[in-house]
Design a protein around this ligand. Sequence first.
Ligand SMILES: [Zn+2]
Length: 410
Amino acid sequence: MCEDKYFLDEADEVIFTNVNLIMADGILYDRQLRVNGGVISALETAGTENSADRGSLRVIDGGGLYLAPGFVDQHCHGGGGEDFMENPRIATAHHLRHGTTSVMATFTIRPTMKQMRDGISRIADLHFSNDPLAAAVAGIHMEGPFLSPHFGASSDWSVAPDVEMALEFQRLARGMRSIWSVAPELPDCFEVCRALRTGGEKYLPRFLVGHSDAAHEEIMAFVPLGLACATHCTNATGRKIEPTRFGGTREFGVDETVWLTDAISAEVIPDYYGVHVRPLMLQLILKIKSDERVIIVTDSSGSSCGVPDFVPAEFNTEELDVSFNDRAELAGSKLTMDRAARNMRRHTGASLVSIFRMAALNPARFIGIDDTVGSIEVGKRANLILVDEDLYVHGIWLDGCEVAHPGGCV
Ligand SMILES: [Zn+2]
């Protein structure tokens, strides 16, 4: 199953020695971790005997580094110069090399219905194939098309909610897990979400509020339907009441509703310079929502690793992980989850344990895959990454298969 240029040789049994394990609730120092048939089979104290007498056994000396759950990125449009809707294989491989072992391939609105249909079908084709990379595609994130035209990347980035269109997209996804970013204030959006939930899907779709200026009541009406997250919190959100009452009050909009409501987690895009979210705002969101309800995402727009097309004078090319168009307007991110995690740690001082809750366990819970991924536990898939204190990735394993060229570009 590892026979692919993106993977190294596999072994039936793998033992990681000399590692510190980043668990969901703390760090276990100086341990061993055993993998059998792609599944975590035992956590052991250092020096437990290695029985090398059956099958192929590989011992990996972790050199005192940290072994952590692979990243789960629920909001990622592409990578390696490719968009998931055009070339999901390259985009998946690019992010896998940076430690993302589960990705929700994210829909990008297209000018024509045919392009949108084809894009969803390509993602489903990879997800349901025997390709070794398919194991890293957890499902699809429909960030659109039912978004507010006033809070999108452009006014083209919106289609009025339509039950038939939504059900057609759901059929094209062929039973993949799906999450949908929607603007609850749009007419018929509630009917669309209800139809998606009652179509007999094995995995019930879940919803995010995003690209929206819905009022508190409008958002809360969707919570019983499965709305449990906010799309890139504080980006592309608004408040209904403008201008403010009495000429000086702060009104209550999408972000405030998300902060108040424990049932709604918050995606954040932590880039190096705090372009998407200022470091102080990241600190505020983390303080309000805690490391149980913040979800780190890349919102990567598919750019390759190369030099950005345009770099405003105040930024250093090396560290710039967002894209701008030639009018110096924000045009997506070039992030990978390792960089996003590093930025979050630098901006907020969050511990390694907190970082992996926000970058692996919390998204896995929202998507509904935390029974198999998102944390180190016996019985879960051996989706693992070896990182140092500064969150640089030294090794990646998908279902126990070692990924070639960690940190490299596709
Ligand atoms: Zn996005």
